[in-house]
Design a protein. Structure first.
Length: 126
């Protein structure tokens, strides 16, 4: 069995990134110095964080589980899990269902601040 790193060992920005990736597509490019090796290490670290959240039954796990993590060359892409099916669903005439209550509402601020990198309010994170 693989030992998981403690939650405190992860940069808090990585957890914020996972939560944001559950809401929207994010692409992170690694420069030529770190390249594909850096992208691969980052991808594995994000997946390790998600595993740690799951193992700890952390409240952020539910949102983090909705984030797809993929790597291609020097890029790591995070996106909502089913975003790849948007075009097919829309083409079939299936529209997005509006939820009575957004399941991520407790983690997301009402309005993004100008110039903010994310709509996720760190003060609301568990």
């Amino acid at each position: 069995m693989t030992r998981l790193a403690p939650l405190a060992s992860f940069d808090p920005r990585m957890r914020e990134l996972l939560l944001r990736g559950a809401l929207e597509r994010i692409e992170i490019a690694f420069d030529s110095a770190t390249g594909a090796r850096g992208a691969g290490a980052f991808e594995l670290r994000l997946k390790a964080l998600r595993s740690r959240l799951r193992a700890d039954a952390h409240p952020a796990w539910t949102a983090a589980s909705r984030c797809r993590i993929a790597r291609s060359g020097n890029f790591v892409t995070l996106s909502p899990h089913d975003a790849q099916f948007d075009a097919a669903l829309s083409g079939a005439g299936i529209v997005q269902v509006r939820l009575v209550r957004d399941p991520l509402a407790d983690l997301v601020g009402d309005d993004p601040q100008p110039g903010a990198l994310t709509r996720i309010d760190p003060e609301r994170l568990p």
